[in-house]
Design a protein. Structure first.
Length: 119
């Protein structure tokens, strides 16, 4: 089970940190990702970290502003979002896949947390 939280309303230029707690699985064996979706659009990739913790990838739109990290002791993956823009407004989802590095798809998904960035 994946439980995402940390969303909210923030002004442009501000920061938020999303968290996704993973339970019921051996966390260290899972590659983890963050995605986002706005109404009428397909879900898009934001960031990912491989199960080994060494492989990390970002969408071009968030490079230099967002940072993904994982805490294997806390079974949690984080997404630190800085310099937020109104176009970052979306529902953010975390996802997991067993022994994945930077996969094309994920097997398990959280419920989503809403991030709203005001201009």
């Amino acid at each position: 089970q994946l439980q995402a939280c940390g969303g909210g309303l923030v002004q442009a230029g501000g920061s938020l940190r999303l968290s996704c707690a993973v339970s019921g699985r051996t966390f260290v064996n899972y590659g983890l990702g963050w995605f986002r979706q706005t109404p009428g659009k397909e879900r898009e990739f934001v960031a990912a970290v491989g199960w080994n913790g060494r492989s990390i990838g970002y969408a071009d739109s968030v490079k230099g502003r967002f940072t993904i990290s994982r805490d294997n002791a806390e079974n949690t993956v984080y997404l630190q979002m800085n310099s937020l823009k109104p176009e970052d407004t979306a529902v953010y989802y975390c996802a997991a896949k067993l022994y994945a590095v930077l996969p094309a798809s994920y097997d398990y998904w959280g419920q989503g947390t809403l991030v709203t960035v005001s201009s």
